[in-house]
Write a protein that binds this ligand. Sequence first.
Ligand code: C2E
Ligand code: MG
Ligand code: MG
Length: 845
Amino acid sequence: MFRYQTGGIGLSSVIKLLLLLFLLQLGSALSPSLHGWQGLLNYLPLHTAMEVGAIVISALVFAVGWSVYQKEGSGNLMLLACCFLGVALLDFMHTLSYAGMPDWVTASGPEKAIDFWLAARALAALALFSVAFLPDRLLTKRQSRWWMLISVLVVVGLINWIVLWHQNWLPRTFLEGRGLTPFKKNAEYLLFTAYAVMPVRLFRKTRDPKVYDGVCLFGASATMAMSEVFFTLYADVADIYNLLGHIYKVIAYGMIYRSVFINSVELPYQRLYQVNRALRASEAKFQAIINESPIAYLLYDDQQRISFLNPAFINTFGFTMADLPNWSDWWLKAFPDPEYRQACLSHWRRHLQRVGQNKLSLAPMELDVCGKDGRKHTILINIAFLGDAFASQQVILLQDITERVETMQLIWRQSYLDPLTELPNRNQFLDKLAQAMNQARKLDQRLALLFIDLDRFKDVNDALGHVSGDILLREAGKRLREAVGDSQPSPARLGGDEFTVIIGDLENHPGVDAIAQAILQSLARPFDLGDETVYLSASIGIAFYPDDADKSAELLKKADQAMFEAKKQGRDRYSFFTPEMQRIAQNRMRLLNELHGALAKQQFMVYYQPIVEFPSGKICKAEALLRWRHPDLGMISPAEFIPLAEETGMIVDIGEWVFNTAAQQVKLWRQQYHPQFQVSINKSPVQFRNERYDREHWPRQLRQFDLPGQSIVIEITEGLLLEAGSLINEQLLTFRNAGMQVALDDFGTGYSSLAYLKKFDIDYLKIDQAFVRHLSAESSDMALCEAIIVMAHKLGIKVVAEGIETAEQFDLLINAGCDFGQGYLFSRPVPADEFDALLSQLDTL
Ligand code: C2E
Ligand code: MG
Ligand code: MG
């Protein structure tokens, strides 16, 4: 509730005033000289003036109280106002009836004036009494003030009628020559008593936080009480007491007016002022918040006219009030693309509807908008619901989340995109594959997964460097995207030179073969890497959902297996997954696992195959060939497990063991059979590439075994010479320096480059069994063999023919001038003890 604050006159001032008036009264009453002040000169005009003053004040009390009707105004105050209209009318009659005044309706005189006087005083007392004692807010209904007014006018009319025409009905109040009658005096005493009680009550009310000025009313009633005392004292209507009574009365009325005025006029103004101040403070506060807020605010009215843009709006989007007269202008300028604008608008309208229905703010909408400079912003937009009272004003909140979105996109790109090709990375691919499989499951469709591996990418990377390798991969990614087209999910890069493509909804799309073919063709086009142009191919493995697998990881594995098969079949092709592939892959997996412990479990053996000298057929050398005797799987061919050992690097330890075993064996045979006996040991390129490898290791081992270098021939492959870096070169040189010889194995199947033969000091060429297998007198293989032999001899290289199974092949090769031979015709590879037997049976050199 609003607490009343006195409009200037405090309780203490009023009490001081009352004290002054009381002392004045006491002094005047006790002063004997004053009693003689009778028949004051010109009292009539003075009286008239004072009464006019009192009448004006009473009329003002009415006018102010009546017209400034407030909701929270006390009904008692309205009663006070209405009564004071009556008081004004009665005092008016009293003034006109005063002794000495011209006749007014009936003859003027003290008796008539006193009757009106007493009636006026009684009515005033009644009015103050009602304020003091009636419960507040008793008469607060609007129409009750009319009833009050009419009642007061009726009472006043009645009093006038009685006093003017039926004065004889009233008791006498003044007797000419004798002064006031006891009735009049008693009446004044009664009024005094009534007035004297009121201040006590009103004093209490001064401390109540009521809506009216109790202090002034308290002062007024006390002053009226004192005024009444004067009216019991006068003997002559023109004496000093009568005058003082009138003065006190005017003072009291003045206070009543003040009370009414404060309550009705000053108080509301005061309140308005305070509310205004609070409003301004609150507005300043919100203005500061809105001006400093990083959130952009826009206000528009029910005519869609934009009435406010905060600094954040102007700074973020660059638009000012001049750019955006209307809300619709914002839509036009912030959404230059009409299609997107239309979509956003209908979305926004639905949002507004929902806000309107719920009368609540909902989660904001996310939109992409353009600033004045054309820069794109991602924003969260919402409307603030102000309540129905403010329905004509709409507040739009726009939060610029561009930075947050860009950061999120960056994080997303980093975790889901391959930075080199900008294709989806493994993470995203796995997600997409799972989604595509889910959808295929729901729609009962098939999908294909293509696993693409670039052929010999490693060679390009090693030969031309990583920068060129990166350019190539980027270009490959681009070509893949073009080959696959937009109707399918984007290809992904799993890492290295491995890519994948998902083809969904197979029934409604071009065949998988067509897409695989398109990919192969696109990758077969030359790659321009700046200084170099590179020709490449790819191998593609294809697996189907649900035919081959219904789990994504399994499908990927099977496509990978199929890719492996495509590589095996000669690369630059695609191959579909078959159960056979899976069997091979599983087998491979098992072998890989078993291989780990094989050396420690002593499951390896070295077999020896004799190499015979032509044309004598005497055994002069042996090739050490590794065997894996698995307790469950039996004898496992090196063709099966050596690639695995190479892949895992295990070949280094295994090769070491083969070397030691073969070296110790050759020592025995040299001692037992022939001091020049030689053993060939196959050495994998992986062993050469091993950087930790100490190249002096084998020569040192030989010295330890007390074996000359000549006892060992190292068999290497052609591929090794091709990639020959300084590491390999140095090793070959070390072997040579140690007296060891070098044989080039499987000659004719690879590059068969004559340049390499010249460059490296090769002692033997081993013609691959593929040329020997179908050897006949007129065959092209014969011609090739002859050519190789002639060429090798020209370069000072001796030739060993592998895989001789028949006497015919043996003869043909002897005739061609071949130096050595190896094959089942002479012996299969056998364990050392069997070889011992062979050596003792057959002729050795
Ligand atoms: P390779 O070095 O070319 O060995 C000759 C292969 O031909 C041997 O196969 C041998 O058994 C086979 N062979 C010999 N004469 C005939 C014949 O008349 N007819 C037929 N059909 N085959 C014949 P194996 O022992 O299965 O070895 C296969 C390959 O495994 C070897 O080919 C070699 O590259 C590799 N290898 C064997 N042992 C080792 C080793 O200790 N270390 C390394 N790194 N590789 C080895
Ligand atoms: Mg060999
Ligand atoms: Mg060979």
